[in-house]
Design a protein around this ligand. Structure first.
Ligand code: BES
Ligand code: ZN
Ligand code: ZN
Length: 480
């Protein structure tokens, strides 16, 4: 989809559909008789996600005028803007509309609104139908989005973020027979070469030399070899600080649970168990283009978790890269095992701050549902930085407690720690497990198990992968 800005008056835009945002009790002031009438009669209420379409508006070059409801004016922010343009685009493209323009009002012309308007359009346009072959079965797409009244910089930023988030969504939607760990590494290499980034992939032999026993223990049950994907971004002008941000993403391309096998029902969804890794790759794509002034390294441990005669067993004790021994009590708690070695390695290669994203626990879904990402940290100021980035980007996130008492649940008589801590506080004990491998580095863990996949389509987003995390990661780097 092409993304453009338009500087002249909205009446002059040639487009299939020109969108005005309207609020409850405050419709947009548009000089067109029928529209004024519909607003006066209350037929357009301005409620959130309401979309009303008019054909051949008098005095406009646009073929349609669209009123998009955005709820209460005093609650309107960039997150609402994103959902509003996304919902408008989804309604319009279903009707065959190919180009959409958004008229930004004087009150919400700030850069965050212009960026969000573009992001919304791009995110609304995405459909998870890459693998459908019948063109008639495929959802329609739009070709062009025009922003009237936004700065070029903000519109470009919105385009980069929206496209990068869709890139992550498309990866998370790839089926597990196609997107194996090595295939994911191939996609990372391709991304890096397209975006001018450095990419290195550690293979099984290298990981064995290094002693990544926790990661390799998970990988050993699969015929698909594992990979530790590393992508580096360095600011061209040199970094403004000595800080070095490490973004770590869980890359389990399919999680059967291993010998502690999962129930068959719903297991197909476990292709998105690499959504954290996809979010990190999407963020690196955005970072390569938006060029923040800080060094950023992405690390994605990629494995497939399978049961087989070679698979690790409950009761196995593995030695992690850090030297700690882990009793594997449940092979389905594999994400923390591969992340343990990736986090340790991130520290060894010079990262000073770590953020990880992982579809880590069912427990976070119980706690926060599909609404909030669970955020866990060992450093309150750094957590605050990530929370405010998430807020600015409209990615809902909630801080979770990390009291020392939870650590006790990981105790075992047979090794330094166990890989599970029982059902109570399951997402917190999982975070505690990770914390054991972060050394003294400031670290934030994002459990995205509930938020990385949408079970039912929303007005603003198709069913399937959401690409959550991409914008927050990019924002943290941009605002360092
Ligand atoms: N990938 C799952 C977590 C998950 C659950 C992601 C639901 C998305 C939706 C993870 O590897 C897992 O299986 N976790 C177990 C841990 C348990 C064995 C301690 C869980 O949450 O049930
Ligand atoms: Zn699992
Ligand atoms: Zn998993």
């Amino acid at each position: 989809m092409t993304v453009k800005t338009f500087d002249g008056p909205a009446q002059e835009i040639e487009t299939d559909a020109l969108v005005f945002v309207g609020f409850e009790g405050r419709p947009p002031a548009i000089d067109e008789e029928r529209i004024a009438e519909v607003c006066a009669s209350g037929e357009f209420s301005g409620k959130s996600l309401e979309v009303t379409i008019f054909h051949k508006p008098a005095g406009f070059k646009a073929r349609r005028l669209v009123l998009a409801g955005a709820g209460k004016a005093d609650k309107f922010n960039s997150a609402e803007m994103r959902q509003t343009t996304a919902a408008a685009l989804r309604t319009l493209k279903a009707k065959g509309v190919r180009s959409m323009a958004v008229a930004l009002d004087r009150e919400y012309r700030g850069d965050e609104f212009a960026s969000a308007a573009v992001e919304g359009a791009l995110l609304g346009d995405f459909e998870p139908d890459q693998y459908k072959t019948d063109p008639k079965e495929k959802e329609k797409r739009a070709d062009e989005i025009v922003i009237c009244g936004g700065s070029q910089g903000a519109v470009t930023r919105g385009r980069v973020l929206g496209e990068s988030q869709n890139f992550a969504r498309s990866l998370a939607n790839d089926p597990p027979n196609v997107l194996t760990p090595m295939a994911l590494a191939g996609r990372a290499r391709q991304l890096a070469s397209e975006q001018g980034l450095d990419c290195e992939v550690l293979d099984q032999d290298r990981m064995r030399q290094l002693g990544m026993g926790a990661l390799l223990g998970v990988a050993q049950g699969s015929a698909e070899p594992p990979a530790l994907i590393i992508i580096r971004y360095k600011p061209a002008e040199g970094s403004i600080s000595r800080d070095h941000l490490g973004l770590v993403g869980k890359g389990v391309t399919f999680d059967t649970g291993g010998i502690s096998i999962k129930p068959a029902e719903g297991m197909e969804k476990m292709k998105y168990d690499m959504a954290g890794g996809a979010a990190v790759l999407g963020a690196m794509r955005a970072i390569a283009q938006l060029k923040p002034a800080i060094t950023v390294t992405a690390l994605i441990p990629a494995v497939e978790n399978m049961p087989s005669s070679r698979a690790q067993r409950p009761g196995d004790i593995v030695t992690a890269l850090s030297g700690k021994t882990i009793e594997v009590l449940n092979t389905d708690a594999e994400g923390r095992l591969i992340l343990a070695d990736a986090l340790t390695y991130a520290g060894r290669i010079g990262c000073t701050h770590l953020i990880d994203a992982a579809t880590l626990t069912g427990s976070v879904v119980v706690a926060l549902g599909a609404v909030n990402i669970g955020a866990f940290a060992n450093n309150p100021p750094f957590l605050q930085k990530v929370l405010s980035a998430a807020k600015a980007e409209g990615e809902k996130m909630w801080p979770m407690p990390m009291d020392e008492e939870y650590r006790d649940q990981l105790k075992t008589p047979f090794a330094d720690l166990a890989n599970i801590g029982g059902r109570p506080g399951g997402s917190i004990t999982a975070a505690w497990f990770l914390k054991e491998f972060t050394g003294d580095l400031p670290w934030v863990h994002l459990d995205i198990a509930g938020t990385a996949w949408l079970d039912e389509a929303k007005a603003w987003m198709a069913k399937g992968p959401t690409g959550v995390g991409v914008r927050t990661f990019a924002h943290v780097a941009m605002n360092w």
